[in-house]
Design a protein around this ligand. Structure first.
Ligand SMILES: Cc1cc2nc3c(=O)[nH]c(=O)nc-3n(C[C@H](O)[C@H](O)[C@H](O)COP(=O)(O)O)c2cc1C
Length: 340
């Protein structure tokens, strides 16, 4: 099997494993510690509630983004077609999964075709950027006429992954160079272990304006790679790290306090519209969900649209039950715990 076939196989295995509950966060979601005060006197009609929002200077239906999932595998085109068509129809942004394999394989399809006017975000890994530089970043953007490029930082996943990238030197420098020279905004994300205040401020200092928290509580990539790793020795080393990282619900307020000018994407373990509202209350400007959409993405465009509708309604109900007419009011909705 050549290296391109290996990447494609790995991506297919990732999808199958990500669907299994045992690789999701702990049973009690870390978001449960954030409880809104219930307002039985909302003094609103449900129809008054407005969740329309803005991202990258454009109007969107709700502060919800379809999170980055795989780009290069046998199932990739079908999944991405369903996701992009749904993003286009519903008026929300969609982040593509890593374009590494697609750029290497020179896939003939361009998902922009399915979503001519949706906000689409490209995706590369931090170590791919370190190796391929601005030229690779530009190719990723051009391949889908991306409105922004996401750089994912996944050092834990790479450590657990058989033959994963171990050299993470000069990634910050590569990001800084890309931010300064790429014509579209750069978003930096984790994949489920979270970006904390120290890293967020390092990134802000080199000009990054968008951070996707991608904290612990949802899809657990250390656990998924552990399941793929055939070496008993590597598995034993990796085992305690399956709980490594910080919860999205803890990271959002911490990053907001440390770097108030950053625009934050709340993600990692967001399971429904109440969690979307929790992220927004804790400082996020928008939220992203990956696993939530995966089963629907395997099925059809309509199934993804249905999942978006459910999320939007759950968010509306949460605003209603907290007496919040709009998203600005939600940011000061009373909480019943110390995190307010
Ligand atoms: C099947 C699958 C593939 C993923 N592939 C990528 C990827 O290529 N690039 C990336 O930045 N994140 C990738 N992610 C990580 C998600 O974008 C997200 O950060 C993580 O899954 C946590 O969010 P969740 O709890 O909503 O799943 C992937 C997630 C899933 C479920």
């Amino acid at each position: 099997m050549n290296s391109k076939q290996q990447i494609s196989l790995r991506k297919d295995q990732h999808i199958q494993l990500a669907l299994q509950d045992k690789h999701q966060g702990v049973e009690l979601s870390p978001f449960e510690k954030i409880q809104f005060e219930h307002r039985p006197l909302p003094e609103l009609a449900l129809d008054d509630v407005v969740v329309r929002s803005e991202f990258l200077g454009r109007s969107i239906t709700a502060p919800i983004m379809i999170g980055a999932m795989t780009g290069g595998c046998d199932q990739g085109e079908r999944i991405n077609r369903h996701l992009t068509e749904a993003a286009q129809a519903y008026g929300v942004p969609m982040a593509l999964g890593s374009q590494r394999a697609a750029l290497e394989l020179q896939h003939g399809y361009n998902i922009r075709h399915y979503a001519p006017s949706a906000i689409l975000l490209g995706n590369l890994g931090g170590t791919q950027l370190q190796q391929g530089g601005l030229e690779l970043a530009q190719r990723a953007v051009d391949a889908i006429q991306a409105d922004a490029l996401v750089i994912h930082l996944n050092p834990l996943q790479e450590l657990v992954q058989p033959n994963g990238d171990r050299d993470w030197r000069q990634v910050l420098e590569a990001i800084a160079h890309t931010v300064a020279n790429l014509g579209v905004p750069v978003v930096v994300k984790e994949v489920g272990a979270g970006i904390g205040p120290t890293t967020a401020c390092q990134l802000a200092e080199v000009g990054v304006r968008f951070i996707d928290i991608a904290g612990r509580g949802g899809t657990n990539w250390a656990s998924i790679e552990l399941a793929r790793n055939g070496s008993a020795l590597e598995r034993e080393i990796a085992k305690p790290f399956t709980r490594w990282g910080s919860d999205t619900a803890d990271l959002l307020p911490a990053v907001k306090a440390a770097c108030p000018d950053l625009l934050l994407i709340g993600s990692g373990g967001v399971r429904h519209g109440i969690d979307v509202a929790r992220c927004l209350r804790l400082g996020a400007n928008i939220t992203a969900l990956a696993h939530y959409f995966l089963p629907a993405a395997l099925e059809s465009t309509q199934a993804v649209i249905d999942k978006l509708f459910i999320l939007e309604q759950q968010l509306r109900w949460t605003l209603f039950l907290t007496g919040s007419r709009d998203l600005a009011a939600l940011t000061t909705a009373p909480l019943c715990n110390a995190n307010g």
